[in-house]
Design a protein around this ligand. Structure first.
Ligand code: RFL
Ligand code: PHB
Length: 394
């Protein structure tokens, strides 16, 4: 078998890359270990940056997003028992965030792929990457039925997430990994309840962080800071509601309404960047190359930004034979990656309680929260990072 670009992984990075290439007349094959049902049902991100929404709209993927996505013009930081609103749109010239679940983006992308008639293989096993330093790298794998295949490619895109095989395929002596593991995790729940707030609430409290997000008028997405070793059995519903009410308590009369919890999970909080994001003819994109803690809502958006750059670079190669953009891919993508790493780390540090810190540190956090919600300059810094810097800025 032969293709132009072999893509490993059908997450947002792999599927969107395939779509952007197809629009430019570049052929690709997407290989995914899981089933279509699994990838379309996995609950993950919810917040899309303005640039992500624009790109999905411009490339014909925005029909359901425009109908079902919820545009938010502000975000709330809650501390000291009160809400403090950051007017995102007002501070950024009209840019906002849109709440639209990652698995809905995946459903739209899978549909577009099947409509295009191009290859997307589910249930593949034992993928290995071969001859990456040659002009004709290869992907070897077993298909769903167990038959062995080999695809020769011009280029390979490693879009297989944090646990994939692409990143470790770069020899360890040629890759540098920057890692930071947080001493806490998030406990995430999905709840059947009416929306508790018009805009997302990020809450700082001495017992830990809490976040109120949404999925639809009837389904809400809530998170609370927990210990990294916690399991769902340690968090019966009563404990969850008690913790949320405590962390969100205030003197403004607002109270979170409860509902039926139908999904619980523990989410690790870590940061990772691999440099470079390229080796020979292998290019990494999305979580395969970098992880951010979810506090800044950046992971999916970074995956989108990476493949936008990669698709442009591949188009320059196929249109004009130029490898300039491909050679600069890692450097270009890493500028935005490190901006998002910093923002995610900064939001995480400002909003969570660390076990080993002193009252001095807590006063610093409060001071930072007060500054960011009272100074237009500081609020603008948060706002422009949160809605996402324009692609041509970083
Ligand atoms: P994905 O989504 O992990 O997709 C990788 C795909 O590759 C497959 N795969 C393989 N396929 C073939 N061969 C192999 N050897 C393979 N190994 C793995 C996997 O099955 C999978 O289908 O990576 P991608 O495409 O880079 O996308 C990244 C995003 O999924 C991720 O960054 C976000 O979900 C992060 N994230 C958020 N990002 C945002 O931008 N906004 C948010 O609001 C947001 N909230 C979140 C989040 C992540 C969370 N969790 C669960 C980590 C909230 C949470 C709770
Ligand atoms: C979500 O809705 O899942 C969500 C929202 C904001 C975040 C992270 C996750 O920072």
């Amino acid at each position: 078998m032969r293709t132009q670009v072999g893509i490993i992984g059908a997450g947002p990075a792999g599927l969107l890359l395939a779509h952007l290439l197809q629009l430019r007349g570049i052929e690709s094959v997407v290989l995914e270990t899981r089933s279509r049902q699994e990838i379309e049902a996995t609950i993950r991100a919810g917040v899309l940056e303005q640039g992500t929404v624009d790109l999905l709209n411009e490339t014909g993927l925005g029909e359901r997003l425009r109908r079902e996505g919820l545009a938010h013009e502000g975000v709330i930081l809650r501390f000291g028992g009160q809400n403090h609103r950051i007017p995102l749109a007002e501070l950024t010239g009209g840019r906002c965030i849109t709440v639209y679940a990652q698995h809905e983006v995946i459903r739209d992308l899978v549909k577009a792929r099947f409509d295009s008639g191009e290859a997307l293989l589910f249930g593949v096993k034992d993928i290995s990457l071969l001859d990456l330093e040659t002009q004709l790298p290869k992907l070897r794998f077993h298909d769903e039925g167990g038959a062995l295949h080999e695809i020769a490619c011009d280029y390979i895109a490693g879009c297989d997430g944090f646990h994939g095989v692409s990143r470790p395929s770069i020899p360890s002596r040629l890759r540098k990994e920057f890692v930071r593991v947080s001493p806490f995790a998030w406990f995430g729940i999905l709840v059947e309840a009416p929306r508790a707030t018009e805009e997302l609430i990020y809450a700082y409290h001495e017992q830990g962080f809490a976040l109120i997000s949404t999925r639809s008028p009837k389904i809400q997405r809530l998170y609370l800071q927990c210990n990294p070793g916690d399991t769902t059995s340690l968090w019966p519903d009563t404990r969850i509601w008690e913790a949320l009410h405590t962390r969100l308590a205030g003197d403004d009369g607002w109270r979170l309404s409860e509902g039926r919890i139908f999904q619980k999970s523990v989410i690790a909080m870590r940061s990772l960047v691999v440099e470079p994001m390229q080796h020979g003819r292998l290019f990494l994109a999305g979580d395969a190359a970098h992880i951010v803690p979810p506090t800044g809502a950046k992971g999916l958006n970074l995956a989108v930004a990476d493949v936008r750059v990669l698709a442009q670079a591949l188009a320059a190669f196929y249109d004009a034979g130029s490898t300039d953009l491909l050679e600069r891919y890692s450097e270009t993508a890493l500028r935005r990656v490190w901006r998002a790493e910093h923002f995610s780390w900064w939001m995480t540090s400002m909003l969570h309680r660390f076990h080993d810190e002193s009252p001095f540190h807590h006063r610093l956090q409060r001071s930072q929260l007060e500054y960011v919600t009272s100074s237009r300059a500081a609020a603008t810094m948060l706002a422009e990072n949160y809605v996402g810097l324009p692609f041509d800025k970083v």
